[in-house]
Write a protein that binds this ligand. Structure first.
Ligand SMILES: Nc1nc2c(ncn2[C@@H]2O[C@H](COP(=O)(O)OP(=O)(O)OP(=O)(O)O)[C@@H](O)[C@H]2O)c(=O)[nH]1
Ligand SMILES: [Mg+2]
Length: 618
């Protein structure tokens, strides 16, 4: 089919002074969502006495529980008659794909920088992405109320970062504001009176360019987000690049493969506070949600029927980590989950690809296995947790890095920039642990009062499981974050850092007596009364090799049969691991069994006989 090309003429371009589109970007926890709370509250979209709470945009269950943003989201406010579409983005590196997905809707970005931490790895990543799209930056040095705030220093570092990343002079021309997002105040100078967010509203209006668009052109829109509800079905969300759109009209949907199909739009909605409202028409420059296009996916184009021209799809950085999801083969399979067959698991995983743009799913070696690749352990564990809450049960393998080959066939692996902020007393233990993980110190700064920042280059492989170790080693006195730098030649084997597993020798119910015996060998992971199966991991040996233990064993010669009857024995409380800790814990010959009710660790081969045979085959 010959695609008609529409040529926009400069005289047709109009500046939409009634709209600004701005994304809020930053490193994790630098205060994006809290600042959006302030913007929403001060734009008076809520009733006087309405209780709206905090982190209003973090609506998803796991976002609230984990206290981080996972999905980028849209909202809009009206300020002095101008509509400001705001896009809140996640700051955790694992969700960088979310940032890449939505930035094309914006003309400007608010880059938040914590007044203590300064620019961090993800600050660089998101700023780089924003500058690639030529978004006008506004820098906000946030949390200036923090006791250790070092505003001037952070400002200097920020300038250095811009100098490094800017590709045009225009990139260096940005306003700087100072804020305490949590108090809803922003200032032009750090010692100005702290009143409200007026200076930020003003700066957005004055520096984020109003969209310059051809509203008379044939429609073109790039789908940047999807949403669903039971009444209206799928919503395709994105910015209208050119033309206009009205309800109940035909358009063309062009998929990733360039296949165009005629579709009918039902509703056209725009953002208003936390809601979407139906509108009779929307023009280029605005962000809309369209219903009716059932097969729309992120990165695809919706266009005029006569001019089905596709927009460039969104570039997303590739995954670095993969793991196998497979049908649950534990003896307890089917007891606790409802959706368990390979067909159901496959359908659910492939469905995830519609919205989770930086995820990859491939069929595995057997029909019961799927290889799922993501941007990091958290990216994958959030998916696991979501599926388990939906009622699925399955088993997952240890996360592995995704390697590549250079042109000569040499093996390459992902390397990350790791930044650690901690107290100087922990330098010794951290150095030792990180050296074993093939990390190389690249920079160390000390503020003179015992706070150090350590920077390393470390293979992604070496980071697997490090977060846990870090929390233990620093006793919670530290923060760490990392970001992919590049692929570099494989750094060689990293020795296993873990002791052997304590493995249940038979199926049954764990008894205090049996657990007490196991505790002579190492730490245990389960309470008395827990149902176990042969091959399930019930603890960590204090020695490097695996050891089989009978945790179901009861004390002899007793006539009271109960899992807690031999209470006289004082057990050490079990080590209960979270999902992330479990994923970090397992070795290659082990799996995590995930069900709506339990997270269990197991050997891949459940019987001693099978394990011995597998070792022989190695
Ligand atoms: N001291 C201080 N703390 C703040 C301020 N703004 C936010 N916080 C706190 O910082 C933490 C993180 O805030 P969020 O708004 O969730 O940060 P975020 O940037 O949205 O985090 P992600 O979306 O996960 O990247 C919360 O505990 C906030 O209460 C501030 O101005 N001063
Ligand atoms: Mg947030």
């Amino acid at each position: 089919m010959q695609v008609l090309k529409y040529m926009t003429q400069t005289e047709h371009l109009v500046q939409r002074n009634d709209i600004r589109n701005v994304a809020i970007i930053a490193h994790v926890d630098h205060g994006k969502t809290t600042l959006v709370d302030g913007l929403l509250k001060q734009s008076h979209i809520f009733r006087e006495n309405q209780r709206v709470g905090e982190l209003i945009m973090d609506t998803n269950d796991q976002e609230r529980e984990r206290g981080i943003t996972i999905l980028a989201k849209n909202t809009a406010i009206i300020y002095r008659g101008i509509k400001i579409n705001i896009i809140d983005t996640p700051g955790h590196a694992d969700f960088g794909g979310e940032v890449e997905r939505v930035l094309n809707m914006a003309d400007g970005c608010i880059l938040l920088i914590d007044a203590v931490e300064g620019p961090m790895p993800q600050t660089r990543f998101v700023l780089q992405k924003a500058l690639e799209l030529n978004l006008q930056p506004i820098v906000v040095i946030n949390k200036i109320d923090r006791r250790d705030a070092r505003i001037d220093q952070v400002f200097e570092w920020t300038q250095d970062l811009f100098l490094e990343l800017a590709t045009t002079d225009a990139h260096l021309n940005f306003p700087v504001l100072y804020a305490i997002g949590r108090d809803g105040v922003a200032m032009y100078h750090s010692n100005d009176e702290r009143r409200d967010l007026e200076p930020l509203f003003e700066t957005i209006i004055n520096t984020v360019p109003a969209p310059v668009v051809d509203t008379g052109a044939p429609l073109q829109m790039l789908v940047a987000a999807l949403d669903y509800d039971d009444y209206k079905g799928k919503y395709a969300i994105g910015r209208i690049v050119r033309g206009h759109v009205t309800p109940n009209t035909f358009v063309v949907h062009i998929n990733r493969d360039g296949v165009a199909s005629r579709q009918k739009i039902n509703l056209v909605m725009t953002y208003n506070g936390l809601h979407r409202i139906e509108v009779p028409e929307a023009l280029a420059g605005d962000i809309v949600a369209l219903t009716g296009i059932a097969n729309a996916n992120i990165g695809e184009t919706i266009a005029d029927v006569d001019y089905p021209e596709a927009l460039p799809t969104i570039a997303i950085t590739k995954p670095t980590l993969k793991m196998t999801f497979s049908v649950n083969t534990s003896p307890f399979a089917g007891r606790e989950g409802k959706s368990s067959t390979s067909r159901q698991l496959r359908a659910r995983l492939y469905r995830e690809l519609e919205t989770n743009v930086s995820l990859r799913v491939e069929d595995g070696n057997t029909p019961d296995e799927f290889i799922v690749s993501g941007r990091g352990e958290l990216h994958l564990s959030v998916l696991i947790e979501t599926m388990r809450r939906e009622g699925y049960e399955f088993q997952v393998s240890r996360p592995e890095v995704i390697t590549r080959e250079d042109e000569n066939g040499g093996l390459l692996e992902p390397i990350e920039h790791l930044v650690i902020d901690t107290r100087d007393t922990f330098i010794g233990v951290l150095t030792e642990t990180l050296a074993a993980r093939k990390a190389q110190l690249t920079n160390m700064t000390n503020d003179g009062s015992g706070n150090v920042r350590l920077e390393y280059h470390i293979p992604t492989r070496g980071l697997i499981g490090f977060r846990n170790a870090f929390l233990t080693l620093t006793q919670g006195n530290g923060a760490m974050s990392s970001l992919l730098i590049d692929y570099e030649p494989w750094l060689g084997k990293i020795g296993t850092t873990r002791m052997g597993a304590l493995i249940a020798s038979e199926a049954g119910v764990a008894m205090t007596y049996g657990l007490n015996n196991a505790q002579q060998r190492g730490d245990t992971f389960i309470e008395p009364g827990t149902h176990v199966y042969e091959g399930m991991i019930v603890g960590l040996n204090s020695r490097p090799m695996d050891m089989v233990v009978n945790v179901c064993k009861e004390k002899q010669k007793t006539n009271v049969r109960s899992s807690t009857s031999d209470i006289a024995v004082r057990l050490t409380p079990p080590v209960i691991m979270s999902l992330e800790q479990s994923l970090d814990f397992i070795n290659n010959d082990e799996l995590v069994e995930v069900t709506p009710q339990n997270i269990r660790l197991r050997k891949r081969y459940l019987t001693q006989h099978e394990r011995a045979r597998a070792r022989e085959l190695e």
